[in-house]
Design a binder for this molecule. Structure first.
Ligand code: 6PG
Length: 227
């Protein structure tokens, strides 16, 4: 399926409105909204805009598409960024935090079990997100699926720890099988300096990790900010 691309001067508002609308439709349809929050800097204003909207937060089930291996109160923590901008103001129904404070393999195994238990409830083979948010790095990484790292080849698990040589540290990350099982995958990119890598990913054939985001039965959507 071809991606749907929204280039917008109202990046924050348009992305937040899209997420709000998706949540209302999904809660109406099946009683919950299963969303994976992305990390880094781009999503923060989108989460702040979401936080003041009238969503049925008690029906939201929050996961995280990746996490740094740090405690939740670390300035590096994606969970902390989401808490400061969204979670502490909205009190979502369930927050499934990646425990960055644990040994990476232990945290990944625990999250794998949690996602499998949540998937088994409706009889899913693999947890199906209603919406997975992703960012894009200059090197074409997404989540913590960096070029040349082992997690790129994971075909079975939903979540793994992934050693990233460029940072000389491990990260916790969704795998492509989990990402590509989502009903919607949305890239949020609000940096015109990333246009060259965006074009490469959209064109394909450059061997960049983000090129492998191809939802099996879901929609692929890009929100791209423009000045
Ligand atoms: C992380 C993110 C990562 C991020 C991109 C873009 O933990 O850092 O998951 O994949 O989305 O690196 O980051 P910016 O939004 O800060 O440009």
């Amino acid at each position: 399926m071809k991606p749907e691309i929204f280039r917008t001067k109202s990046f924050v508002e348009d992305a937040a409105a899209f997420i709000e609308s998706a949540s209302k439709a999904d809660i109406e349809q099946h009683g919950s909204f299963r969303i994976a929050l992305s990390g880094g800097n781009t999503p923060r204003p989108v989460y702040q805009s979401l936080a003041v909207r009238d969503c049925r937060w008690s029906k939201w089930i929050i996961t995280f598409s990746d996490e740094r291996c740090v405690p939740p109160d670390s300035p590096e923590s994606n969970y902390r960024m989401a808490s400061e901008s969204l979670l502490m103001f909205t009190n979502p129904g369930e927050i499934l935090r990646l425990q960055g404070e644990l040994a990476p393999e232990v945290a990944a195994d625990r999250y794998e079990e949690i996602l499998q238990s949540y998937a088994s409830r409706p009889g899913e083979k693999r947890y199906v997100h209603d919406l997975v948010l992703l960012g894009l790095g200059d090197d074409g990484h997404t989540a913590s699926l960096f070029p040349g790292t082992a997690a790129l080849e994971e075909k079975d698990r939903n979540v793994v720890s992934n050693f990233v040589p460029k940072f000389n540290t491990s990260r916790l990350t969704f795998t492509f099988p989990l990402i590509n099982s989502a009903r919607r995958v949305v890239f949020l990119v609000n940096d015109e300096k990333k246009e060259p890598v965006i074009q490469k990913v959209l064109a394909g054939g450059h061997g960049l990790p983000a090129e492998r985001v191809k939802p099996e039965n879901g929609e692929l959507i890009w929100f791209l900010g423009k000045s």
